[in-house]
Write a protein that binds this ligand. Structure first.
Ligand SMILES: NC(=O)c1ccc[n+]([C@@H]2O[C@H](COP(=O)([O-])OP(=O)(O)OC[C@H]3O[C@@H](n4cnc5c(N)ncnc54)[C@H](OP(=O)(O)O)[C@@H]3O)[C@@H](O)[C@H]2O)c1
Length: 355
């Protein structure tokens, strides 16, 4: 092999926009990616300014914020849903591949958007095509994907916790996800509830009337279970109650998930199924004790801890991840690696920041 052939072709990438928390984490990860060449980053508010002057945490990133994407072949989109759906359509029409962090293309049924996101989907035809990018379960579909819809942070934690048991037929299809998120889960845009004096020293539940991440969890759990050899979701519709909570920390999601075990399913069987499912996964680790969000800060890891409440015949699975990495930017890079048939772990940290 000649030296030329030996050199991996660089792939030009853009981040749209780089001024939010998800976009900022993409910039940090892509700055050191060995194959993706970050050539453009857009902003609405900071167009024209040097990235390093707006974000001193990225002192060596020699780029200016632009208004549009002109030359990247792959675009990571980190915009609110309504803004993302329009831009993604344009990027695809211009021949680029897209990894979208928003919920704009996560739901396959366009009829769900008015109820959960308050808009009629303007590009419903793309919902069929979009690959739901939970990398651990989407691997075969990613190399051919033109559009990847990255899962939400809560759904990533819930799906990695519950999918193995559901797919293996260990549990009934009546699930509860009780999850806590740090404040960055709501993004950088200020809202009253995210003010320091409102969120600090406070814990509260929200979205009890139905949170928009619930249909996404339900859709993917049904799909994963139906595709499995031991389809667990027979004719019983899957019931899922999801209660999110805001906790006074910057990053992190902890999901505690509950399901009724099917008769005669032992704790050993549960452990074996989870070990087999995640044995070779680079970014999902089975924990020996209930995981802490602090184990995951800055890394692309999700820790999963399945356990059995034998007195009540219940499975409890606790999962923890960094909402901005495995729950957003890290998962996006993991999917992009797979889209280009690169090693899945390229440019992604397994080491967190502790304490
Ligand atoms: N935060 C998380 O943990 C997380 C996890 C998974 C997925 N996501 C999803 O990722 C996306 C980005 O989230 P984020 O947390 O990074 O949000 P964010 O911190 O609030 O950033 C939003 C970004 O979008 C831009 N923006 C806001 N309104 C816009 C509009 N109307 N038109 C064009 N640009 C607009 C802002 O640009 P300017 O500053 O230049 O105005 C900013 O760059 C969202 O769809 C979110 O649901 C977030």
């Amino acid at each position: 092999m000649s030296r030329q052939e030996n050199i991996q072709k660089r792939i030009t990438v853009a981040v749209v926009n780089g001024t939010g928390y998800g976009g900022l984490e993409l910039l940090r990860l892509l700055a050191h990616h060995p194959v993706f060449d970050l050539v453009e980053v857009t902003a609405r508010s900071e167009a024209g300014k040097a990235v390093s002057s707006v974000f001193p945490s990225l002192p060596n990133l020699d780029l200016r914020f632009s208004e549009t994407v002109e030359r990247a072949e792959l675009a990571f989109v980190a915009l609110p849903d309504h803004a993302a759906v329009e831009i993604v359509s344009h990027l695809l029409a211009a021949g680029r591949r897209v990894v979208d962090l928003s919920a704009g293309f996560r739901l396959r049924d366009a009829a769900l958007y008015p109820r959960w996101y308050k808009y009629e989907h303007p590009a419903a035809a793309l919902l069929e095509e979009a690959i739901y990018g939970l990398a651990e379960w989407a691997r075969p579909d990613l190399p051919e994907a033109r559009l990847v819809a990255c899962p939400g942070c809560y759904p990533t934690a819930a799906l990695l916790a519950l999918a193995p048991a559901l797919a293996a037929g260990l549990i009934e299809s009546d699930l509860i996800v009780d999850a806590k998120s740090g404040v960055s889960g709501a993004g950088r845009t200020l809202t009253l509830g995210n003010h320091y004096s409102e969120a600090n020293e406070d814990v509260s539940a929200y979205g009890l009337g139905g949170h928009r991440h619930a249909p996404e969890m339900r859709q993917e759990l049904v799909r994963i279970a139906s595709a499995a050899a031991h389809a667990a979701v027979d004719n019983t519709p899957l019931r899922l109650t999801f209660t999110p909570h805001l906790v006074p920390m910057t990053r992190g999601i902890l999901a505690t998930c509950y399901a009724t075990l099917r008769p005669d399913v032992s704790a050993e069987t549960v452990r074996t199924v989870y070990e087999q499912t995640y044995r070779d996964e680079p970014f999902v680790r089975l924990a020996e004790t209930p995981p802490h969000t602090k184990w995951t800060l800055g890394s692309n890891l999700c820790f999963v801890y399945p356990t059995v409440d034998s007195d009540n015949g219940r499975l409890i699975v606790v999962s923890a991840l960094d909402n901005l990495i495995k729950g957003a930017a890290g998962q996006a890079v993991q999917c992009a690696n797979l889209m280009y048939r690169l090693p899945e772990t390229l440019g992604l940290p397994c080491e967190g920041v502790y304490p």
